[in-house]
Design a binder for this molecule. Structure first.
Ligand code: BES
Ligand code: MN
Ligand code: ZN
Length: 488
């Protein structure tokens, strides 16, 4: 996608479709008076009785023969008092989609005024929205014949928004790449192949990358990771990515992502109904890869390490079993109650490894960890738990700014005993109560006193229903959030 910027006023923009965002309760006939005048008043006409009220997400296209654009696409912002960045993002996405469906390849987006947000933020949001709404996974099937794709977006603002736009473009492209990884079928991303994708990306982006394979993992004693990988013919990997810009010394921030390349449940086999969706069980790792790529591309002046444990959770005669007891990397013993609670097991070693090798200032992990999180929050927010209020608050703020929202759950010591085991230090599954918290409390046993936060992205990483800028499938959830948090 080509994205450019201009200072030209809306009425002077030349494009195929001109996007005009309109609040529901605009006090003037239209906030786009100059455009309206230039096209013979058809915008104000539409607002006074042609079925367009400016409701959130509502769109209307108006052709303007002989005008500077082939047509106008009006899009509603809803009630003024409720307009925020996410409303704007979704409106741009809806309008871009409408324009594309009507055969336009080029759109112009003049920025409206939205209280509390500067032009840079609005330009960044518009950039993300157009790129992300246009995303499709096309690796194994070509686009339908005759489908028009959006090619060019011109963003118009009274001030220079080039910087914000260029940054957002990189973030959105990395998000699309993370979506590709999640949408990739699991036969194409077994742990060896998935690690190789990280190696290639790191070489392109200029990140350090180290891959610990199963033989090296055995030497190191990454037994929890190894146990989960035992059932697969392709052994597990631990991929380490490091962004270390000159001058950024001191302890790094570590981001950890669950990378189960396919989750059958193992011997505690999952029912078949939605098992195919478990190709997305590496979405945490994809978010970490995408974020690391952006940090390098944006030259973010901060040392960050990405740690992703990769394994394929399969049933076989070599698979780990319910009842097994594993001695994890840090010596903690884990009773395997359910082999389908594998994410927390691989993360145990990843967190402990990160803590020992990097002595991080803080750690944040992302994982498609529990069905219970989907039950609790659906797809509008990821679950958040953590040991450090400041860290959690910063993550929540980044979530509000990006629309990748988080909702915090408790990690109180009262919950600690849920994961006690009678035969080991900790068990990987407990009763039905507080399933999200149980998983988080398990992880907490492996973070020591390093400030830590955990994001359960089971409901937000992979959608079975599209939203305005997220087609079905992988969302790339976490790339925009983490980038925002690490650059705020
Ligand atoms: N990957 C799943 C969690 C999941 C479920 C993600 C649905 C996305 C959508 C995870 O490994 C898992 O199987 N969790 C179990 C834990 C249980 C056995 C304690 C679950 O949630 O059922
Ligand atoms: Mn599982
Ligand atoms: Zn899983």
């Amino acid at each position: 996608m080509k994205i450019s910027t201009t200072n030209a006023p809306a009425a002077e923009l030349e494009s195929e479709a001109l996007i005009l965002a309109i609040p529901e309760d605009a006090d003037k006939p239209t906030p786009w008076e100059a455009v309206d005048a230039a096209v013979g008043g058809i915008v104000s006409d539409a607002l006074t009785g042609r079925g367009f009220e400016g409701k959130r997400g509502q769109t209307l296209s108006l052709s303007t023969p002989g005008g500077r654009s082939r047509e106008l696409v009006l899009v509603g912002l809803g009630p003024s008092a409720e307009i925020d960045l996410e409303v704007w993002r979704r409106a741009v996405a809806a309008a871009a989609t409408k324009a594309r469906q009507r055969g336009n390849r080029k759109i112009a987006v003049p920025l409206p005024e939205i209280d509390g947000h500067d032009a840079g933020e609005l330009a960044a949001a518009a950039t993300e929205a157009t790129i992300l709404t246009s995303y499709r996974y096309r690796e194994f099937k070509a686009a339908p014949a005759g489908r028009v794709e959006l090619r060019e977006v011109l963003i118009a603002a009274p001030v220079d928004v080039t910087d914000a736009t260029e940054r957002a473009h990189k973030v959105a492209d990395a998000t699309s790449w993370a979506r590709d990884l999640v949408n990739t079928p699991s036969n194409e991303k077994r742990p060896d192949a998935f690690a190789a994708l990280a190696v290639d990306m790191a070489a392109d982006a200029g990140l350090n990358c180290e891959v610990i394979d199963d033989a090296a993992a055995r030497e190191l004693g990454l037994n929890a990771l190894l146990a989960v990988g035992d059932g697969s013919a392709v052994g597990p990997r631990l991929v380490l990515l490091e962004h270390r810009p000159a001058g950024a010394e001191g302890p790094p921030t570590v981001i950890v992502g669950k990378g189960i390349t396919f989750d059958t449940g193992g011997i505690s086999l999952k029912p078949p109904q939605k098992m195919a969706d478990m190709k997305s069980d590496m979405a945490g790792a994809a978010a970490v890869y995408g974020t690391m790529r952006v940090l390098a591309e944006l030259d973010v002046p901060r040392r960050v390490v990405g740690v992703t444990p990769l394994a394929e959770n399969m049933p076989s005669s070599a698979a780990y079993r319910p009842g097994d007891i594993i001695r994890a990397y840090d010596g903690t013993t884990i009773e395997v109650v359910n082999t389908d609670a594998e994410g927390r097991v691989v993360l145990a070693d990843a967190l402990a490894y990160a803590r020992k090798h990097y002595e991080p200032r803080c750690m944040v992990d992302l994982a498609t960890l529990t069905g219970a999180c989907v039950v609790a929050l659906g797809s509008h927010a990821a679950g958040l738990m953590g040991t450090d209020d400041e860290l959690c608050d910063a993550l929540v703020a980044a979530g509000e700014a990006t629309g990748e929202r988080l909702w915090r759950l408790p990690a109180w010591r009262e919950y600690d005993e849920i994961v006690d085991s009678e035969v080991a230090n900790v068990r990987n599954s407990a009763g039905r109560a507080a399933g999200v918290v149980t998983a988080g409390m398990f992880l907490k046993r492996f973070v020591g006193d390093t400030p830590w936060a955990h994001l359960d992205i089971a409901g937000t990483a992979f959608l079975d229903k599209a939203t305005p800028y997220q087609p079905k499938g992988g969302t790339g959830f976490g790339v925009r959030l983490l980038t925002r948090w690490l650059t705020a």
